[in-house]
Write a protein that binds this ligand. Structure first.
Ligand SMILES: C[S@@+](CC[C@H](N)C(=O)[O-])C[C@H]1O[C@@H](n2cnc3c(N)ncnc32)[C@H](O)[C@@H]1O
Length: 253
């Protein structure tokens, strides 16, 4: 049976790979590279660096999978994403059948951790449910959340408290943050639109990369700085990846 490894590669560069991930890189013979058409050269370079640095077996191949563009959500967000996943699954199915021998081992290098805001796992599940005989393994990776808290030298949770992980879209719809909230996938600077109250923000962009930027402080004081720095950085590099933790300041640790 075909085997697929979803290898968590961490959120920024080769230094984040675990020993398990390096071993997995050397078990696969075919590397699938999903291409959304918009991936920046710098991000592709990170994947290439990882492969160059850690793969020691000579007989490997790279296969690009063209990913269709997602339609703009018209009303039902979930239905739009579901349709898009069905189209991606169809592409994956064809490429896996064409490019991976029946008993072959292929791999996807997944940004951060494969179980956090990433669809690769759902798409493989869908293929299996549709009858494609594949098995898969997930190699956990360090997520952007872990690098964010490590760089700011803060615990992710306060003693005995819970943490919400959400998206800019969800935070925007809620108009306020739960007690401790990590926000990812926020292209709309939602932190600047919610009720700041006595909330602190710990913000990071390009975490783990050479251009990493960190800003922390009372949201009301630093929101406009973050917006300015964020826009300048995105303008200069042509892309940005950022995440932040919102924490109500009640004196808890
Ligand atoms: C599609 S999600 C993938 C998350 C990934 N699976 C993980 O475990 O970190 C992409 C979002 O993760 C966050 N992210 C990923 N890498 C990042 C980085 N190096 N610096 C800042 N944020 C990052 C951003 O919020 C970005 O919009």
């Amino acid at each position: 049976m075909r085997k697929i490894l979803l290898i968590g590669m961490g959120p920024g560069g080769p230094d984040f790979l675990t020993v398990q991930a390096i071993d997995a890189l050397n078990r696969a013979t075919v590397f699938f590279l999903p291409d959304k058409g918009a991936e920046k050269a710098e991000l592709r370079e990170v994947r290439e660096q990882i492969c160059r640095r850690f793969i020691t077996r000579p007989e490997i191949r790279f296969v690009t999978i063209d990913i269709p563009q997602r339609d703009a959500p018209a009303g039902d967000y979930r239905a739009t994403v579901d349709d898009w996943h069905a189209q991606i699954a169809a592409r994956y199915r064809q490429v896996l059948i064409d490019e991976l021998p029946d008993d072959g081992c292929g791999a996807f290098l997944v940004w951060g951790d494969p179980t956090l805001y990433d669809s690769s796992l759902r798409i493989l599940d869908r293929l299996r449910a549709d009858g494609l005989p594949i098995e898969y393994e997930i190699i956990p990776g360090i997520s952007a959340v872990q690098v964010l808290t490590a760089r700011h030298r803060i615990p992710l949770n306060r003693i005995g408290e819970s943490v919400t992980i959400t998206t800019g879209r969800k935070l925007g719809a809620a108009h306020h943050a739960a007690e401790d909230t990590v926000v990812m996938l926020d292209g709309d600077e939602t932190f600047a639109k919610i009720d700041a109250g006595d909330t602190y923000i710990y913000w990071g962009a390009y975490l783990g990369m050479a251009d990493e930027i960190l800003i922390a402080g009372k949201l009301a004081d630093v929101a406009s700085d973050i917006q300015r720095v964020r826009r300048e950085a995105r303008e200069a590099k042509g892309w940005i990846m950022d995440a932040y933790l919102l924490r109500r300041s009640d004196g808890g640790a």
